[in-house]
Design a protein around this ligand. Structure first.
Ligand SMILES: [Zn+2]
Length: 359
């Protein structure tokens, strides 16, 4: 090799390593709007020309079919995102044969990264469960709570404490175990109700926040925004110098769409957007965080079919009271965002996330 060639060779190596460093996020925030198709997001960006959805430099489309069905459920949809493998409807973090799949949270732990969940449903629900649990049935939430103990999630904010305590204490566990004791022994701080001070100020290694023992209601009744919950989780997670993976779910967009409840589709979408904003603001400041906004599937076959240009509320029509096979949007910002352009299946999205963590 001549000196000149060697210089070019050296330059190429440096350039390649520069690109790799640029592409590799330290932190990943995945925001999942359950049941959120493109038209659900359009409710946000049609009314506001400056909507933050316009500020994502990369967008893609994710095909949500499951391993056995044209139309997925949340368990199979979230498993594809969280593991990079399609599975059967109802399966959480396991493949079609029932064998456990490695999840993004497990990969994050291998890299000494922290993990976090912020959801408006039970902590043991299908979507969050896919990130840490392995079960052939999404309905076995009491079993999924046992997986939660194993997974050592650093912060979780959600509802469903009843799956953690026994029936004789008013809980839904049949095995008489009180997992709140296990959490306390494991050094978790267990906080009841959303209290951002209590979350930030506790110095325990791990935190579980139970928003409510029952299901939490729709946005106007909650008294906090998903953005506030996300901000509190980020306050904790950002202390980890090795980085983190956070999954935030707008869980109830799906429920409102099942019910063809237009009023609450609007309020849930606006609330979900507060979390997207919090995540984007964090990422813009941090410069080392990938923000991905997507959905597990579309719900409602939602169409905006009447309204005026300068209005902010439109007439909606629904082609279904269930999930549909409509592809869902993907919005990406930050290092690695460029990997999420184009049309791909949801398991490919999961594989790309996994590759970014393992890079
Ligand atoms: Zn649903």
């Amino acid at each position: 090799m001549t000196v000149k060639n060697f210089r070019i060779f050296l330059f190429l190596i440096l350039f390649a390593s520069f690109l790799t460093a640029q592409d590799k996020p330290k932190n990943i925030i995945i925001l999942i709007g359950d049941g959120m198709g493109l038209n659900h997001v359009a409710l946000e960006f049609l009314k506001d020309g400056n909507s933050l959805y316009f500020s994502f430099p990369f967008t893609g489309l994710s095909v949500t079919t499951s391993a056995d069905k044209l139309i997925t459920d949340s368990a199979a949809g979230a498993t594809a995102i969280a593991t990079g493998s399609k599975t059967k409807n109802g399966y959480v973090g396991v493949d079609s044969t029932g064998a456990p799949l490695k999840t993004l949270f497990e990969a994050a732990k291998d890299r000494k990264k922290s993990t976090g969940l912020v959801i408006l449903s039970t902590i043991t629900h299908a979507t969050p469960g896919a990130f840490y649990a392995h079960n052939k049935s999404r309905n076995r939430q009491a079993e999924i709570a046992l997986d939660y103990l194993q997974a050592q999630v650093d912060i979780a904010i959600g509802s469903g404490s009843s799956y953690f305590y026994p029936a004789n204490l008013g809980g839904r566990r049949e095995d008489n175990r009180n997992l709140l004791d296990d959490l306390a022994q494991g050094g978790y701080s267990v906080i009841k109700g959303f209290d951002s001070e209590a979350i930030i100020k506790n110095h325990n290694r791990r935190t579980v926040v139970f928003l409510d023992t029952a299901e939490v209601g729709y946005a106007p009744k909650r008294g906090y925004t998903l953005g506030q919950l996300t901000g509190a989780a980020l306050g904790k997670l950002s202390l980890d110098k090795d980085g983190f993976v956070l999954m935030v779910e707008g869980s109830q967009i799906d429920w409102a769409a099942h019910d063809k409840d237009t009023v609450n589709i609007y309020t849930e979408m606006a609330d979900f957007t507060t979390a997207v904003q919090t995540a984007l603001e964090f990422a813009k400041k941090d410069k080392n965080t990938l923000v991905l906004v997507t959905a597990d599937h579309e719900t409602g076959g939602l169409i905006i079919n009447k309204g005026r240009l300068n209005e902010s509320v439109y007439t909606l029509a629904y082609a279904s009271s269930s999930h549909t096979a409509g592809a869902v949007p993907v919005f990406a910002f930050g290092p690695g965002a460029n990997y999420f352009t184009g049309l791909y299946h949801n398991d490919v999205l999961g594989k790309r996330l996994m590759r970014l963590i393992n890079k």
